[in-house]
Design a protein around this ligand. Sequence first.
Ligand code: ADP
Ligand code: MG
Length: 338
Amino acid sequence: MSKIKVLPPLLVNQIAAGECIERPASIVKELVENSIDAGATAIEVGVEEAGSRLIRITDNGCGIDREDLPLAITSHATSKLQNADDLLNIRTLGFRGEALASVASVADVFISSCPSGEQSGYKIRSFGGDVKPLEPVAMNHGTIIEVHDLFFNIPARRKFLKKKATEMGHITDTLTKLALSYHKASFKLTHNNKIVFHVEKTATLKERIEQLLAIGECEMLEISYERNGIEVQAFLAPPEVNRANSKQQYVYINGRCIKDRIVLRAVADAYSDYLPMKRHAVAVLFLQMHPEDVDVNVHPTKAEVRYRDSSGIYSAVYHATLEGLRKGDLRPSIPLFS
Ligand code: ADP
Ligand code: MG
């Protein structure tokens, strides 16, 4: 008897889920990215018990056709990629066709969808990977995904969920990062039916950033800059708006939010003459570079990258930030040669 066996598909999906679904916030990220890819202009995230009991995402995007519903929860099934050439030209946040299949294998999941142009929708249920027959459902255009009892069938994983406040913090953070980079939709987050935040869609990205980062009467300085083959679009709060920590500094590389020491160091250095000691800037930076110049970590949830030329990144961000601050015609808060 052969000792090596091909694993059954459900187990394969659960293993994949172990990689991309670390916690409730990972589900929020994957599902909201799908809503954005679907062109939604209104996205609502409702969670109960910090996502361990329920995560519900409602959008008004393009919807999923009836015959595609079973495929949506099949692994390696995607509408966003057709051939190898497409891989070099990805314009969507998703493309691996992995997320819904993973989620559907580790929770009791209901997907209801009504594509634009249809009168009513269909609902499919995956009870931890056990897929039930489609049922018709009356609903508005768009998609509603409900994830009940996360990890109910993998008790060892369920035990690893952290305190509610911690998980809720991750969810809020995740949705904030997505909302900061996508102004064409309204975003609403509720926890146990209480509103955590709600922002309307805005005409520009700058307005969205001002709205979410609550910088009061001030306006963000906006600068576009190119150096060393790196395009930087920076939104910088004037130095009088500063914080006790660097939590309101966001960095996106080729559309993905990452935590990056090199970029944040460059921002801090550029602001240093403008800020009082121990205070931190409020800034959102979008960097675009050739995919070959940045190694997006192979691990699906690790938001870390490695650059081919880190000093090129540093100097691009440093000069972009300085130029932005100068453009704002700001005076350094301390004499430069003191
Ligand atoms: P990927 O996003 O990598 O394609 P997913 O598993 O996240 O893979 O989703 C599978 C497919 O289901 C998507 O390619 C898309 O066609 C469809 N889909 C998922 N969520 C939505 C949504 N909110 N609105 C419309 N289509 C969706
Ligand atoms: Mg996806």
